[in-house]
Ligand binder design. Sequence first.
Ligand code: PMP
Length: 427
Amino acid sequence: HIQSSHPTFQAAKAQSWSALDKSKLVQEVMYMVNDQRRNPYSKVLRTGSATRGTVSDVYNDEEQEAIIWTTNLYLGLNRDKEVMEEAASAVAKFGTGMGTSAAASGLTDLHLEFETEFAELVGKPSACLFPTGYTANVGVVAGLLGEDDVVVIDQLCHASIVDGARLCGATIRTFKHNDAADLESVLESEVSPYRTVLVVLEGVYSMGEGAAPVAKIVRTAKKYDALVLVDEAHSFGFYGERGAGICAAQGVTDQVDFIMTTLSKALGSLGGVIAAKEEYVDLLRSSSRAYIFQASISPADIAAALTALRRLSTDDGLRERLWDTTRYMRQRFEQAGYDLGTGDGPIVTPHFSNKDKLFAIVQELYKRGVQTSAVTYPIVESGRGRLRLICSAAHTKGDVDKTVEALIEAEREVDNLLVATKEKAMD
Ligand code: PMP
């Protein structure tokens, strides 16, 4: 619970950053959880993979075959035969859990090999694993900064960055989404009282956009000697040569101080990683409480991630499949008349002006064997919404066709219901 008198909260309020307006966010989530039709926690995978399987609903035990568009398993490696076999052999060799943190002997050679090979792939000298992507971000921000420092964040950055800054008491400033000119004005006028300035951005944001203008933002940050952290959760593995990510694709790896990604998306496992120069990684290993005081990644998860890392860095076919299906998907939705915004990446988000209609569509799609999610406030403006479909290399064009047809039908059904309800109310 953050006190409203806390300086970070006051600073955020002064910038009227809606994502930090906790009471409104909690109200919105409680409202959704208490409504069977909107509860984001209601779907359970019974069997199958994260892109296609048998699902059920916690309110109703009936099982349903579904095409699943709600996970970030971009390359489908969670179901790759070799990845699964290596995870199983790691369990046979090391057992299930590590039982302690890296700092207290919670490491296998698989952890060390992953760190070395990840660092090599993204073009940094060293890397450091955390148990999740969330704690990697908390750990790097809170491990580096203190109360005399400031973190300057793109206003759409992930919650874990904000939480890391809150934990260490650093001041938080935000700049307008993807706006290098706004970042420049913040750096010019608001950061001089602070000791260290850390600028944070993402390579691709998760709400349906394309690649961020990372090179432009990084150049601006470096003009003011700021440190830079790029979160590549939604870009590592399928942007850049060998999947090295957006920093590599935009040629700014050397100017970026910290490259972060999660092991839970393209790598199909669980964990987080920060790549940087050796001095910074050593500093994190000795100063980051999220690193020192948390059990390390389990043998199965690190074996899966290491096998997936080797696979994605050598198999361009995986990326080609993902991008081919993504392009097809965007084309099919646009031909059907849906507004997808300006993005070009695998997160496809038809926009809806009415949030209630959107939730009803998600329900209707589920009945038709298509699992999707709705993105609403505070991620988009209050009252509006986006349907979110995350494409992966494991989806087929046939899945796309079925989904577009189901969406057209679902929307028609919801429109008819809305007209009938209105007419009833007028009787
Ligand atoms: N950063 C970003 C941009 C994310 O989208 C996420 C997860 N949604 C995370 C960090 C956290 O990663 P993880 O789920 O592995 O903890």
